[in-house]
Structures are given as structure tokens and as C-alpha cells.
Design a protein. Sequence first.
Length: 117
Amino acid sequence: MAYTTKAKTFHREAGQRRALIKSLARSLVLEERISTTEAKAKALRPFVERLVSYAKKNTLASRRLTVQKLGDQEAVKKLFSTIGPRYEKRAGGYTRIVKRSKRGSNDARKLAYISFV
């Protein structure tokens, strides 16, 4: 019996996929708005939303989980000091994906911005 995969593979192996999502998340936390493909933005959203939820709790355990998932101390510091407290009263939906009208230059990939609300 064939099973469908939950996540997009982006034609990469699992380690490369994790590194891609980690890198995109790090850039989003530090820059607060990045431009990427629509598929990558949709895959990035749940990962970043979970990190913001950890930052809202602001416990030692949540900080260690965030360091483990993000892998960058500078990004974790910004996440816990500025981004987490910003969404203290918000129940969810910390990111926004805005589709861009201009397509990719080499192929027909759909581009989008992902940013914090």
C-alpha cells in the first residue's frame, strides 16, 4: 500500500531538507521578512510558528528546544527577547505569506514573501 508523504521533499534528502528549513527560519527570525518560493514559505510556516510558541513560554526547556531546532544562538536571543514578547497575547498565526506577482526568472516558480504579522 502506498502512503502519501506529509511534507514537501523539494527533491532533497532529509538532512538537506532540515538544513534548508533551519536556514530559512534563521533568516526569517533575524530579518523578520524574507522572499522565497511559495512552497518553501508554506513549509516554513509551521516550523517558525512552533518556535514563536516556545519563545512565548520563555522557560529554560523551551529555550533549549529552540536552540536545538534553530541552531543559532543569535537568532534564539532575538526570538526570545523581541519576537516572543510581541505575540504574548496572540493565540497563533504569527506569520503571513504574501504571494508576489513576478515569477522566477529562470522557471515558472511562484515567489512569495513570508514575514511576521
